[in-house]
Design a protein around this ligand. Structure first.
Ligand code: SF4
Length: 207
């Protein structure tokens, strides 16, 4: 990889992905951090179906922190991992209400102190919620880095560092969305759409 090749890839991706934005629905950063927490190992579409009801019942950190575990569990059960997700979103709400006066913190350090919030979730909140340059790396971003030659690693921290060698800070948020959506809809883990792929000349994937 080099910076010229990386710019070419990003330009191609801009043509392929017409609307590179987060697909989770949210009205504020509180709803965003809850939605991202719920999105582990499920689809954004399913999360949106659930959060529509969840946020109509619990609209702010105080109401969700006072929610009964069993009630929250029942609502989010279809998303899987409901035990830990219910525990975490109640705890996150409590901390945001009690420690941060109902305002979601905007630093990686503070965000990652919240229950169940790792570097990827915190980076999504920074990038999508606050427009602060960050580069969230999930399974799609790792796969794209490996296939397109940004990184040989499967470790998200190393992959993030490798992307950042070639992509300037101002482009981190856009690049994250482009790689994620390309991985989600075009270059899927199994059966990638290689036949008419405009990135095939850069691709290291063994077809
Ligand atoms: S050629 Fe196939 S594996 Fe390579 S980037 Fe395109 S879709 Fe993905």
């Amino acid at each position: 990889m080099n910076k010229i090749k990386s710019d070419e890839i990003l330009n191609e991706l801009k043509n392929i992905i017409p609307n590179p934005v987060c697909e989770l629905n949210f009205n504020n950063t509180f709803e965003l951090i809850i939605a991202v927490t719920l999105s582990a190992q499920t689809t954004d579409k399913r999360v949106n179906e659930i959060t529509k009801f969840l946020f109509s019942k619990y609209a702010d950190p105080l109401s969700l922190s006072n929610a009964k575990f069993g009630d929250v569990y029942e609502i989010i059960k279809p998303l899987g991992l409901a035990n830990s997700k219910a525990r975490n979103i109640i705890s996150i709400s409590k901390d945001i209400h009690e420690k941060y006066n109902d305002i979601v913190p905007n630093s990686l350090e503070e965000l990652t102190k919240l229950a169940g919030v790792g570097r990827k979730t915190a980076s999504v909140v920074l990038a999508v919620g606050f427009n602060i340059p960050a580069f969230p790396v999930d399974t799609h971003l790792i796969r794209m880095a490996n296939r397109l030659g940004y990184s040989k690693s499967n470790d998200p921290i190393i992959v993030e560092k490798d992307y950042k060698k070639y992509i300037k800070k101002d482009d981190w948020i856009l690049a994250h969305h482009l790689f994620l959506l390309f991985g989600r809809y075009h270059c899927k883990a199994s059966k990638p759409n290689c036949l008419d792929c405009k990135l095939s000349k850069y691709c290291k994937f063994d077809h």
